[in-house]
Design a protein around this ligand. Structure first.
Ligand code: NDP
Length: 273
């Protein structure tokens, strides 16, 4: 029987995951089917149970079910534990393994596709949601000079500070307390752009030689990227590369084979104008 995979979310009308995974499967000569399952809001666990009993091998999870997926799992990776959210599950008998590849997808996009080495760089991470928390360990693994995490709600940033109490590279603050200095890399991991909004930040945080990275994708020149551009930042990016790279991580985790990503990223990229 052909192995079954799917993305679970609601809504799913704009999901690119089936296209991405079918492309990977074709390129790697892997026999699988990958579908999109728009999941009723109150029926995540029941829908996953049904998918597993129909022979499903693994799923990706998008909003608003990443926390439900984390809870559903029996075994959680360190990255998933830190983010408190899962964006991929793998099924093996009674075991359900949870992973969160968003952060490693982000770092792979920065380093492999954008040629931006994090080592020794100053990094400002805006937001403390699942995507931001999932990015912390992969960023730290690259030995940045420091990592400042700024959030609208300070209490959520302070929870992270407590989790990393023995790590001197991490500082946290509220958005309006960001020091008056430029950062080599500014990551917008808030969800403000999804509503056409911008976190309350000042343009002094951007370095003209640095990189401004919007984790949201397909939104064009978001208010965050507009501010960066107006501040003279020459390198700006949205999260389409992150999307494809996290999918590649999941594909390799499920299938044991690493797909190529560059052509697909180029195909899915919408110019930021
Ligand atoms: P969450 O809902 O978990 O987190 C939301 C975060 O955004 C919180 O820190 C919240 O702050 C902050 N926030 C929301 N609105 C505002 C605002 N107006 N001003 C300032 N801060 C705000 O979201 P996720 O972590 O799941 O997603 C974050 C972003 O990352 C989204 O844009 C999403 O599309 C993107 N993403 C991209 C992926 C990719 O593959 N490219 C994968 C996953 C996510 P507070 O705590 O104060 O409420």
């Amino acid at each position: 029987m052909t192995d079954k995979y799917a993305v679970f979310g609601n809504p799913l009308s704009h999901t690119k995951s089936p296209l991405i995974h079918r492309t990977f499967a074709r390129d790697c000569n892997q026999d699988l089917v990958y579908t999109a399952i728009e999941t009723p809001l109150e029926a995540f666990a029941a829908t996953v149970d049904q998918f597993r009993s129909d022979g499903g091998k693994g799923i990706n999870i998008t909003a608003p079910f990443k926390l439900d997926a984390y809870e559903y799992a029996t075994d959680r990776s360190e990255r998933a534990q830190l983010s408190g959210a899962a964006n991929a599950l793998k099924f093996d008998g009674d075991r359900v393994y949870a992973e969160n590849f968003d952060g490693v997808g982000l770092v792979n996009d920065l380093q492999r596709n954008q040629g931006f080495s994090l080592t020794g760089r100053t990094v400002l991470l805006l937001g403390t949601g699942g995507a931001a928390r999932g990015a912390i360990l992969p960023i730290l693994a690259q030995s940045p000079a420091n990592l400042l995490i700024a959030n609208r709600t300070l209490a959520r940033a302070e929870v992270i500070k407590a989790q990393f109490a023995d790590n001197s590279l991490i500082q946290v603050c509220q958005l309006d307390e960001i020091p008056n200095q430029p950062f080599d890399l500014v990551l917008n991991a808030t969800s403000a752009s999804l509503r056409g909004e911008m976190p309350e930040i000042e343009s002094h945080i951007f370095s003209p030689d640095g990189l401004a990275y919007e984790l949201a994708y397909g939104k064009g020149l978001t208010p965050f990227l507009q501010l960066a551009k107006a501040a003279g930042v020459s390198r700006i990016s949205d999260g389409v590369g992150m999307l494809v790279e996290q999918a590649a991580e999941a594909f390799e985790w499920w299938r044991g084979e690493r797909p190529e990503t560059r052509d697909l990223i180029a195909k899915l990229t919408i110019p930021l104008v």
